[in-house]
Design a protein around this ligand. Structure first.
Ligand SMILES: NC(=O)c1ccc[n+]([C@@H]2O[C@H](COP(=O)([O-])OP(=O)(O)OC[C@H]3O[C@@H](n4cnc5c(N)ncnc54)[C@H](O)[C@@H]3O)[C@@H](O)[C@H]2O)c1
Ligand SMILES: [Zn+2]
Length: 345
């Protein structure tokens, strides 16, 4: 995996002719110059897609496989978009001709700091009336990633907040000195992206296929974050849901005696003042009207339930250190009511 930083034009010149290009429709509208640069490289096929969780489906994979059917095995898929396009393109690149080269061009901050590193791609699967988040997926490393800051200029403040939340998450779990540095001076966008990619790459090198458990540390905030996404039917989008999920994980850590109070409050405050996560009011709004058994059912499908029926969560031990812990269902039940009422435990 190689990171190529710079203006879009010179990056586009690296694209092999005859590639399959998949672009986020909104990005295509906002960055016509970038699209023209790609077209000059004579792509074999061009698909523009509406981004969002709905695009992460087997239907989209089927559509992209058809579009890329004439690519040779040595072909390349270039994905220009955020994490949702990145995920569906990763699955497609893995399947097309038993695996073609993949170039990620992350256009959201979230994709730049997180989803375009580490080779994971997934689509959602429906199970009964619920959508099972990332129910089917692959590991397929990108050959290279182009990081072009000009593409981020059109992001909204919410999109920036969501990406920054994932970046600060990595720092909280993995790098205490950097956390303290961030608390003294909020990092700019380029530093945030560089730091987060470097941290995630270290983790993924140690546990590329999530087998030793080390990579699971990156799931801090994601277990209940995914529940928030599902229960709100993605009204609360991924990065914001992870922000709320981290607040929940800090509370669970407090309750289990794993996260010292001082660490939990420092991290909650840091996430509020740094990336600016949504607060407990929003958490209450997301969970109100839902009983805890709905969350348990989602967690069971999400394979977060251990053999004894207990739930597994990534909890923070101290700044820069986290691990997976079993949490008894009663701990979740007790906190659920507090979260619904937007109370601090
Ligand atoms: N594979 C992984 O390791 C991994 C890691 C983290 C997250 N993810 C996945 O990433 C997804 C979320 O990614 P996301 O937040 O990028 O969502 P997204 O792809 O839906 O993009 C969010 C919105 O931003 C718009 N957009 C994209 N680039 C833009 C730009 N430059 N300017 C203005 N608007 C732009 C899109 O059109 C879309 O409306 C989730 O599905 C999550 O599961 C995957
Ligand atoms: Zn995430």
């Amino acid at each position: 995996m190689k990171d190529v930083w710079g203006p879009f034009g010179p990056c586009a010149a690296r694209m092999p002719e005859g590639s399959l290009v998949v672009v986020d429709r909104r990005v295509a509208e906002l960055h016509p110059g970038a699209m023209a640069a790609l077209k000059r490289r004579r792509p074999r096929a061009w698909v523009s897609l509406q981004a969002g969780e709905r695009v992460k489906s087997l239907d989209t994979v089927a559509r992209l496989l058809s579009a890329g059917a004439s690519l040779p095995r040595s072909g390349t898929l270039v994905c220009v978009g955020g994490g949702t396009l990145g995920d569906v393109c990763t699955v497609t690149a893995h399947l097309l001709k038993r695996g073609v080269a993949l170039i990620h061009v992350p256009t959201t901050l979230l994709a730049a700091v997180d989803s375009s590193v580490g080779g994971k791609g997934a689509v959602h699967v429906t199970s009964g009336s619920w959508v099972l988040k990332n129910g089917a997926g692959v590991f397929h490393d990108a050959r290279e990633t182009w990081l072009c800051p000009e593409l981020f200029e059109t992001l909204t403040s919410r999109q920036r907040r969501e990406g920054a939340t994932e970046a600060w998450k990595m720092v909280a779990c993995l790098d205490a000195p950097r956390w303290r540095k961030y608390r003294r001076h909020r990092p700019g966008l380029v530093a945030l992206v560089r730091d987060a990619r470097a941290l995630k790459a270290i983790v993924c090198r140690r546990d590329p296929h999530e087998q030793t458990g080390f990579r699971r540390v990156l799931n801090f905030g994601h277990t209940l974050g995914h529940v928030v996404e599902s229960l709100t039917r993605f009204r609360v989008s991924h990065g914001d849901a992870v922000g709320l999920g981290m607040v929940c994980a800090l509370d669970l850590g407090r309750r289990m005696g794993v996260t010292p109070e001082a660490v939990a409050s420092e991290v909650e405050q840091g996430l509020t003042e740094g990336p600016g996560i949504l607060g407990r009011e929003e958490l209450g709004r997301a969970l109100r009207g839902h009983v805890v058994s709905e969350a348990s059912a989602l967690l069971a499908q999400d394979k977060k339930v251990g053999p004894s029926g207990g739930l597994n969560f990534v909890l923070l031990h101290r700044l820069g250190h986290a691990g997976v812990h079993p949490v008894p269902p009663r701990a979740l039940r007790a906190l659920w009511l507090k979260w619904q009422r937007a109370e601090r435990p």
